[in-house]
Design a protein around this ligand. Sequence first.
Ligand code: COA
Length: 373
Amino acid sequence: MIGGVYRTDVQTYGRGLEGLVAGTTSIGYIDGEEGRLVYRGYAVEELAANASFEEVTYLLLNGDLPDDYQLDEWHHEIASWRNPPEEAFKALGRIPNDAHPLAKYRTMLTVAACHIPEADATDLGAQQRRPARILSWAGSLASAAIRHLHNEPPVPPRMDLGYAAHFLYQALGRVPTEEERKAFEASLIVQAEHGLHAAAFAALVVISTGADLGSAVLAGMGALSGVRHGGANQLAWEVLEGLEDPDHARKWAKEKLAEGYRFPGFGHRVYKCPDPRVRVMEPYAEALLRSKGLENRWETYLALRDEVEQALGPRGIFANVDSITGLVYHPLGLPPSAFPIPFCLAIQTGWMAHCLEYLPEGRMIEPGAVYVG
Ligand code: COA
């Protein structure tokens, strides 16, 4: 930089910042060629099969899986924050019922964050005390946002359910079956961390300015809401819902491929191979759909997936996690506009872990721009 002006010959620039790295991390590793996703050394397949969402949040935020005592404490801490400030619920009354649940939940979290007693404290210790409260408030607020779609009141919290079961209990007004809980919990686990994707980077930029962790999470939520990011699972499901059966899916996909259509739920900036999260979630989705008599939906998904992958796979475009989560959330009884919510609840863990990891470095993130006149 000379005299405040960036020299273009020493700048590195990639469209959409592709090919650039923004830092080092010990939190997650993504192998986009082999289709591997690893949290703190543990393969996501292993965690989805054997761990609870609470264990995974502890792992991501603290660096290792908790022992029994630590897990008990963490459960207790998360559960103790299941009563967000009343003012946050009152804010719902000022939002139209048909506003997107993600926007409602973001607004409620903004109000709730103003009620944190030490909201202005941004030292490392204060920031490290925030994740349990954010995770827990988020679950209760997000479920209220979903119920508001149908003008239903929030469901009061209870203390005897784990995070995944409790979210479904508050969103649906009933305790999920074990099969439903397991499928939903697996979806939270596979979506809990994904490196410095767009939303995590947005959160990191905000925390780097000296802002509080709640503001960083809110920035991540804004980024996540876009249709190319966390909004894609809703769109992917809506596409699938419009298809009558496997034959229709194949015919429709062929037509759209010829038009150069961008299929929601397919393609990824990092994965140029099958997405490992899809492999984890497909058996859960199939079992849940079949158990609810929705086999046709499952067969139609397979037909669409295969048709698109056959054509675009050679270009590195495969079904991504957003194509499959709706096939778990729909049979649970969640409305399509609520689908981005569980993704947001899960992935904010990764955002917070990245923010807390970055804080000791403390340098404000400010990229340059190539001036082209
Ligand atoms: N369907 C059809 N073509 C796709 C595609 C999709 N879902 N995703 C990417 N492509 C094509 C683009 O049209 C482009 O083709 P071109 O080179 O002929 O112009 C090429 O692949 C590269 O696309 P680009 O948008 O530059 O790639 P990216 O690395 O930025 O893509 C996504 C990442 C996620 C933005 C992109 O795949 C996408 O928009 N997917 C749909 C939305 C989605 O599912 N998002 C959730 C991601 S977890």
